[in-house]
Design a protein around this ligand. Structure first.
Ligand SMILES: Nc1ncnc2c1ncn2[C@@H]1O[C@H](COP(=O)(O)OP(=O)(O)OP(=O)(O)O)[C@@H](O)[C@H]1O
Ligand SMILES: [Mg+2]
Length: 333
């Protein structure tokens, strides 16, 4: 089981769109995929028309210890594609669970319990909220890899230093194997010169981690959720379906799952009740450190020129954070 945190604290960069459609593409290729909605906005759950009523099993009741993942997971209209949905109750989670012992590992513990009870998936995609709070921290602690959606726009790298710094701390204290599996570039338009400039920047810093193809701007992608469909149901011949299908091939390859196929009819839905494990605080809590302010150099982008001196200062800070996070220096060429 490969667990991916789809994370970027910037809003509207395509995290939810990537989870839904990459998940659907991977499922179409024969992999068993579990989508986990960690965003209190519940966009992913809404896009599958799977928002649980208040009090029913959801990610909120899972983190609160009232239900196990086995109770929360539901099937979707797509074969081999499952969802652990959420509802607006989750908006209270950041404060509600902030004093809990082992609060950073609530989700990882839930996955462990689920696996012990026979739950299994080939790929788990966790849709994170646009913030670096306790929910995102739980995702980073539970993940094997980070998938980083970015938008092909001028502000793409803003805030990246902070995200990579948090990843770095999670690796050092709670989840050493965590790495970045890829950078998914969305809302790409060939016609826009800016897209090319941003891509040059992304290539310069992320190199081979930039996934190809980029997801082109396509209104069908924005329309599909309102029909509770993925792009493969709503517009299977669209460029967006093509893009996500190719990305799924690449991702499956990188995850070593290219040859994997679903083995049983309903493998993900383990019937054994989850065990309750008492969470143990492994390390010093990270939660307070999560509220660190963004460094001024990356908080403001002063001019529309990417090579502006202030931006360059942000980049070098970002580059250092990147080097710490992935263990390599960014390509300066
Ligand atoms: N390639 C695309 N073409 C057209 N519209 C897109 C594309 N990708 C995403 N969108 C639209 O852009 C908006 C933002 O996308 P999405 O909700 O996936 O971002 P997000 O990062 O999950 O946002 P949030 O941070 O609020 O959770 C949505 O309306 C979505 O339908
Ligand atoms: Mg979202």
């Amino acid at each position: 089981m490969k667990v991916l945190a789809v994370i970027n604290q910037k809003g509207g960069v395509g995290k939810t769109t990537a989870c839904a459609n990459l998940g659907a593409a991977l499922a179409l290729k024969g992999l068993r995929v579990l989508l986990v909605d960690l965003d209190p906005q519940a966009h992913l759950s809404i896009s599958f028309d799977q928002v649980p009523p208040v009090g029913d099993p959801s990610i909120y009741t899972l983190l609160g210890g009232r239900h196990g993942l086995v109770d929360v997971v539901r099937s979707t209209s797509a074969e081999r594609l499952f969802i652990a949905p959420t509802n607006l109750d989750l908006s209270g989670a950041e404060t509600e669970f902030s004093a809990e012992i082992g609060r950073e590992t609530l989700l990882r513990d839930a996955f462990d319990d689920w696996k012990s009870a026979g739950g299994e998936a080939d790929v788990v995609l966790m849709d994170c909220p646009p913030s670096l709070g306790l929910l995102s921290l739980n995702a980073l602690v539970a993940a094997d890899h980070v998938l980083l959606p970015v938008q092909a726009e001028f502000y793409a790298l803003q805030g990246m230093a902070q995200l990579l710094d948090v990843m770095d701390r999670v690796r050092r204290r709670l989840n050493p194997p965590l790495d970045v599996i890829g950078v998914l570039v969305g809302l790409y338009s060939k016609q826009r010169r800016l897209s090319h400039e941003v891509l040059d920047e992304l290539n310069r810093h992320f190199g081979d981690l930039v996934l190809h193809p980029f997801v082109r701007v396509n209104v069908r992608l924005a329309e599909a959720p309102s029909h509770a469909q993925t792009i493969f149901e709503y517009s299977p011949r669209s460029g967006a379906a093509e893009d996500f299908s190719a990305l799924a091939d690449l991702l499956a390859d990188r995850l070593g799952l290219a040859e994997a196929r679903a083995e049983t009819e309903d493998p993900i839905d383990a019937k054994v009740p989850a065990q309750v494990k008492v969470p143990i605080e492994v390390e010093a809590p990270l939660t307070e450190e999560f509220s660190v302010e963004v460094a001024p150099s990356v908080q403001t982008v002063p001019s529309p020129e990417i090579s502006a001196p202030e931006t360059a200062r942000g980049e070098s800070e970002w580059g250092a954070a990147w080097a710490r996070a992935v263990g390599t220096a960014p390509d300066e060429n």
